[in-house]
Ligand binder design. Structure first.
Ligand code: ADP
Ligand code: MG
Length: 317
């Protein structure tokens, strides 16, 4: 949610830092447009959003946020401190929040550009939840995975992700104008070597308009696990049936049971996407889903058949 807020604020650099998988500290500084001082008192109240000005906006919403829930809910389970400066100001402001309200008046402070949101001691007041999270050490890799996916989609934003105090970033995407460069910076040159561009559109259909752009691995790509980076209308989502269908095409065409690398960006009318099938809203279902999946499957099949002819066989020792 914090990273999405930074993107909504037009940031071109987002550098996230984590301590103890985020339990001790989550720090998200960006160089976006910042938050005006007069908005700080209500910033963390529920339903505070700057992303809707008219009710009709709900139908055409382009930003990722609009419900005004993220910052508010964080202040109920952690200590949130916001440092921010807007353009043309000589200094910024810093203010901390608890349970939706400011703990003190905003204090003037030095700031460069944009906003830094810091969340400390997450779930300090929910002992059982904190315990469960303390015992799981797989949260940081999940964060790295998440930032990596964002970096592949938002190629003009320079993302980095590191553990607090570490010199080296675990993700460093750079900012680029080429999708392949972004994938190379995050997933490595060996992945990019085996990618093919793919495009599908169905703009002639009357009742359904969709476009897909992406990159998919070819027959030479070898991996044990599928990487599926799926953005629908610029939101990072999962769509299990699309993933299964894609894996099915690969297993049917490629003799070796290698799992694919897939990046897909699908755009379709917002009213065709149902995000309410899962509580986290990350798993979606689509109107005319079967048709869309069928079209995408056909396109992947065609790409794979063509590249299969020029496949490089490696002999086993
Ligand atoms: P939403 O994103 O749904 O509007 P949030 O609780 O995530 O709700 O954020 C509330 C509001 O705070 C946003 O609408 C935005 O105006 C402001 N905001 C939050 N984070 C940032 C940021 N990094 N830069 C600028 N404004 C921000
Ligand atoms: Mg938000």
């Amino acid at each position: 949610e914090l990273v999405e807020n930074s993107i909504d604020a037009g940031a071109s650099t987002v550098s996230v830092t984590f301590k103890d998988g985020g339990l001790k500290l989550i720090q998200v500084p960006d160089d976006g447009h910042g938050i005006r001082c007069e908005d700080l008192p209500i910033l963390c109240e529920r339903h505070t959003t700057s992303k809707l000005s008219a009710y009709e906006d709900l139908q055409t919403i382009k930003s990722m946020g609009f419900r005004g829930e993220a910052l508010a809910s964080m202040t109920y389970v952690g200590h949130v401190t916001v440092t921010t400066i807007t353009e043309g100001q000589l200094h910024g402001y810093r203010v901390s929040y608890r349970d939706g309200v400011m703990e003190n008046d905003p204090k003037p402070c030095a700031a460069v550009k944009g906003t830094q949101v810091m969340v400390e001691n997450l779930f300090y007041n929910m002992v059982a939840r904190r315990k469960t999270l303390e015992n799981s050490n797989d949260d940081y890799p999940k964060i790295v995975d998440f930032i990596s996916r964002f970096a592949v989609h938002h190629i003009n934003v320079n993302f980095s992700c590191r553990k607090h105090g570490a010199n080296r970033a675990d993700v460093h995407s750079g900012s680029t104008s080429s999708r392949l460069d972004a994938i190379r910076n995050v997933y490595g040159a060996s992945v990019v070597r085996d990618l093919m561009e793919i495009q599908v559109s169905d703009e002639n259909a009357v009742d359904e308009i969709f476009k897909m752009d992406g990159f998919i691995s070819n027959a030479n790509y070898v991996a044990k696990k599928t990487t599926m980076i799926l953005f629908i209308n610029d939101r990072l989502v999962d769509c299990t049936s699309l993933k299964r269908a894609t894996e099915f095409v690969y297993s049917a065409i490629l003799p070796q049971a290698s799992k694919p690398f897939i990046y897909m960006s699908i755009n379709l009318p917002p009213e065709h996407v149902d995000v309410n099938i899962h509580p986290t809203k990350k798993e979606v279902s689509l109107l005319n889903q079967e048709r869309i999946i069928e079209k995408i499957k056909d396109a992947i099949e065609e790409k794979l058949m063509n590249c299969n002819n020029t496949r490089i066989f490696q002999t086993q020792a």
